[in-house]
Design a binder for this molecule. Structure first.
Ligand SMILES: *[C@@H]1O[C@H](CO)[C@@H](O)[C@H](O)[C@H]1NC(C)=O
Ligand SMILES: *[C@@H]1O[C@H](CO)[C@@H](O)[C@H](O)[C@H]1NC(C)=O
Ligand SMILES: *[C@@H]1O[C@H](CO)[C@@H](O)[C@H](O)[C@H]1NC(C)=O
Ligand SMILES: *[C@@H]1O[C@H](CO)[C@@H](O)[C@H](O)[C@H]1NC(C)=O
Ligand SMILES: *[C@@H]1O[C@H](CO)[C@@H](O)[C@H](O)[C@H]1NC(C)=O
Ligand SMILES: *[C@@H]1O[C@H](CO)[C@@H](O)[C@H](O)[C@H]1NC(C)=O
Ligand SMILES: *[C@@H]1O[C@H](CO)[C@@H](O)[C@H](O)[C@H]1NC(C)=O
Length: 369
């Protein structure tokens, strides 16, 4: 049976049929000139449904119980509800930013979401079953051309330079090699491997700059070493974080910060925000009750130790899974992804945090320029 959803957000109406947004109408077309668009890149932390449209079985989340809290259907988000990027769009008074691959998506003036679950900065990461960062960049370039055709060069340039470019990338580059015992762990030093990841990210930022982008949001990598999927890789009974991945995560977060500082001084007009997600997630995990949670280590949905197997929904090769009764108690929804409640707190830090937790600007400030 056809399920018709009417979605309304900040004056933008979207109609979806079979969970596919078919048409969006803007009630206030005269206002768009003054808003700040949001372009989203990266992995499952921000994927709002791009992977629904590619050939991947592990990288999809468009089935129950994903989406059960907020969207009344599974959108493809790896969460029970909204992602950090969704909250940021709400705070910026934008509609939810639609996935680039969603059929019929031609509304680019508020931005587009290119993120793909499983993707990393390196083409090898998740190869064949993700939209890698290079391809995401290619899509963005095409969108920038479409905007120039639609709005003319001057207006398109104003939109692109005012826009915020929000990234979640790197986690998969570091977790996949451990999950697959990849030879890169033995071929490269931590410094060399992180150097490749940062090198590829640098190149993507520079290309976005050339197209006109100026404002970059790069939340630090979260506490992936302590997420349920990582804890499961530790020998049984130890109840520890997965330490071998820690040096990669720590070095990455240091290098990203250095990189953005350097780009800001070398490239005219660059501004950035670097919300400190790692420390906040560590807090959630170690002191859940301080934040209103009861469980920081075990996921709500999944199977195996800590429910660290990505089996939530039973459609990724493992049919049986456990689903918690009381979602609001949990930091993690599935083995690798926070619940909507945790995402909201992360988004709040990114939006309004002080400089000691967001770097030179918080996201609210980036949107205001
Ligand atoms: C445009 O946005 C700026 C900053 O958000 C605001 O100060 C200004 O009043 C807005 N102008 C219009 C015409 O809405
Ligand atoms: C999707 O991927 C699977 C596994 O890699 C492959 O067997 C299948 O042919 C692919 N399907 C399409 C439509 O490309
Ligand atoms: C960009 O658009 C061109 C022309 O429409 C197309 O040939 C190309 O495949 C597109 N690139 C991407 C990455 O979608
Ligand atoms: C991982 O791969 C290395 C060499 O490629 C091998 O020596 C090691 O035994 C493997 N470890 C596991 C747990 O399979
Ligand atoms: C990008 O990553 C590839 C591996 O995917 C690596 O060979 C290359 O050197 C990296 N590029 C930069 C500029 O670091
Ligand atoms: C779920 O958790 C909330 C907050 O901890 C609590 O108020 C509520 O009673 C719990 N519900 C159930 C069914 O356990
Ligand atoms: C950041 O600064 C604020 C006040 O300026 C303070 O309350 C907060 O504890 C600081 N946070 C960290 C993580 O240092």
């Amino acid at each position: 049976m056809a399920k018709l959803n009417l979605y309304l957000s900040n004056f933008v109406f979207c109609i979806s049929l079979f969970n596919v947004q078919t048409k969006c109408f803007d009630e206030r077309p005269w206002l768009y000139k003054n808003h700040t668009a949001l372009f989203i890149f990266g992995d499952s932390s921000f994927d709002a449904g791009n992977n629904n449209y590619i050939n991947t079985s592990f990288g999809k989340a468009n089935f129950w119980p994903y989406g059960e809290t907020f969207f009344d259907y599974p959108t493809g988000r790896f969460c029970d509800g909204r992602l950090v990027s969704d909250f940021i769009a709400e705070y910026a008074k934008l509609p939810f930013i639609p996935p680039y691959l969603q059929p019929g998506n031609k509304l680019f003036i508020y931005g587009v979401n290119f993120a793909s679950a499983g993707a990393g900065a390196l083409v090898e990461t998740g190869k064949g079953s993700v939209i890698d960062l290079q391809t995401q960049l290619g899509y963005f370039k095409n969108v920038s051309r479409a905007l120039r055709e639609e709005l003319g060069d001057a207006e398109a340039e104003a939109l692109l330079s005012r826009a915020v470019y929000l990234f979640s990338v790197g986690s998969n580059d570091y977790s996949f090699p451990f999950e697959t015992n990849s030879s890169v762990l033995y071929t490269y030093s931590v410094e060399q491997y992180v150097g490749q990841v940062i090198g590829n990210i640098t190149q993507v930022i520079k290309e976005i700059y050339e197209v006109g982008g100026r404002k970059f949001g790069f939340p630090s990598l979260g506490s992936i070493e302590c997420a349920p999927f990582a804890r499961r890789m530790v020998p049984a009974g130890e109840n520890k974080c997965f330490e071998p991945i820690t040096p990669y995560v720590e070095l990455h977060n240091i290098e990203i910060s250095k990189l953005l500082q350097k780009l800001q001084s070398d490239f005219k007009g660059v501004k950035y925000s670097i919300p400190e997600f790692h420390a906040l997630e560590e807090e959630f995990i170690n002191y859940p009750s301080k934040y209103g949670f009861k469980e920081g280590k075990v996921a709500c949905c999944g199977s195996g130790p800590y429910r660290g197997i990505l089996s939530c929904g039973g459609r990724r090769g493992v049919a049986e899974f456990y689903l918690c009764d009381n979602l609001s108690d949990y930091v993690f929804f599935d083995s690798a992804h926070p619940t909507e409640s945790a995402n909201e707190m992360l988004a709040h830090l990114a939006w309004r945090g002080e400089p000691n937790v967001t770097g030179p600007y918080n996201l609210a400030a980036l949107f205001e320029f």
